[in-house]
Design a protein around this ligand. Structure first.
Ligand code: TYD
Length: 137
């Protein structure tokens, strides 16, 4: 099992029903932070990337509510690619991890729950600065 402060996949409860299935997430009983913000990314043109930055303080969980895409994470030393294509799975992305979303399928929908309100000062946009901040030798 991964330490809670490292990127890891999450599986949400699934209430299976002939009428359609239901999943949910409920604060820090299922995810390792209290939710302060939810945002979503949609209508992504083929071949586009989102992200390409890290956060100083924000932890996130990313879910492919519909369709599929890849989450590429870089800890300053190692890059890992996580394909997301199930609405009951997500990935926990802690602060100080460089993250990019790519290979969006048509009509895909990414929902992201975050531990902080939006603050542009929380963004690390320069990879060299990111590498100098920690998590790296
Ligand atoms: P950004 O986080 O850069 O998008 P991505 O990482 O997916 O490429 O955000 C794009 C724009 O949206 C930017 O102008 C800031 C704005 N924004 C908000 O106003 N609130 C939010 O919660 C987020 C995530 C972005």
């Amino acid at each position: 099992m991964n330490p809670p402060d490292e990127p890891h996949l999450l599986e949400f409860p699934r209430i299976l029903d002939e009428r359609g299935n239901l999943s949910f997430l409920q604060d820090d009983s299922q995810i390792p932070f209290a939710v302060r913000r939810v945002y979503w990314i949609y209508d992504v043109p083929g071949g586009e990337f989102r992200g390409g930055h890290a956060f100083r303080q924000t932890d996130e969980v990313i879910v492919a509510l519909s369709g599929s895409f890849e989450v590429v994470l870089h800890d300053g030393q190692v890059e890992s690619t996580y394909p997301l294509n199930r609405s009951y799975k997500g990935i926990f992305v802690p602060k100080l991890i460089w993250r990019t979303l790519q290979n969006f399928s048509t009509n895909s929908l990414a929902i992201i729950v975050a531990s902080t309100p939006y603050d542009e000062k929380d963004y690390i946009l320069d990879f060299d600065e990111f590498r100098s901040l920690g998590n790296c030798d």
